[in-house]
Design a protein around this ligand. Sequence first.
Ligand SMILES: [Zn+2]
Length: 350
Amino acid sequence: MMDGTASGLRTPWEEPPARGEAIEIAEGVLWMRLPLPMVLDHVNVYAIDEGDSWTIVDTGFSTGKTKAIWTDLLAGPLKGRPVSRVVVTHHHPDHVGLAGWFMAEQGAELVTSRTSWLMARMLILDYEETVTPQAIEFWRSAGMDEAILQKRIDEKPYNFADVCDPLPVGYTRLKQDDVFRAGGRDWDVHMGNGHAPEHVTLWSRDDNLVLAGDQIISSISPNIGVYPTEPDADPIGDWIESCQRLATLARGDHLVLSGHKLPFTGLPLRMKQMEDNHHNALDRLEAHIAEPKPASACFSPLFKRTVDENIYGLALVETIAHLNNLLRTGRATRTRNASGAWLWQAVKKG
Ligand SMILES: [Zn+2]
């Protein structure tokens, strides 16, 4: 996560809802918060009033604690009414973790993009007991510190199923340009990319609400990473394309309801900041690799804070994302060194 300057943005609520409570952010739209056991320690979820039931947007991790909080929320602010639909903005566990639980316990319908569905279902089923050779090769290519690499090889890998309930088959697809009816509003569906492929965002036609998931966040830039599943992916290019396309929809009065941090207005400025952050990062990175370096030696131009063990993994995947973009756009080249790491070097400007 990189810091974004938030000047000019307004956050109408300076305090998030307390645990087990909800804030009615607009008529029939409730904002709630669930804890995450990570550096980013919370996720926002929303409930949209459908009269006799609720449509919820995102779910939090599957943990005993999160289920207990949801049970309190259902009995309290959600007035004992059932959850009839779960909208999942994207496939990450803090958003999809309890979708299967709501489906199994409440008979809720799952609504998401096809790619989010496929990624979530695949990664929840794909349980790895040991680190794959492809992951080791990927980390070696990134020049991962040998001690960290060995620790990862020795540890049981992180699996989606550790923090997600099983996801049954069956979902309803949202796609670009659909109109989704919820809470007495028509919502235009626009897909984002970069943080997660085919990330759902919902734009109300009837008032100023935007349900943005992690595609648009007020004060942090969501992690944009490259993984062993697609080592040569260019999510930064995808992100910049999404920023430019979604910026054409942005209005100053939009109230953006994001997956993390606080709801905010000032979206046109934020869209520009989010794009500029990555252009500036790419420029700094390009200057940093005037002499050849592995990805693991490229954190300083991208991260203002020291990269400790807690964020090393996130920092590495984000750094590779930026390097892959420089390669794609003809601004860098790479060669293998003797230990199998890519050395990245900026193309000299003539
Ligand atoms: Zn996410």
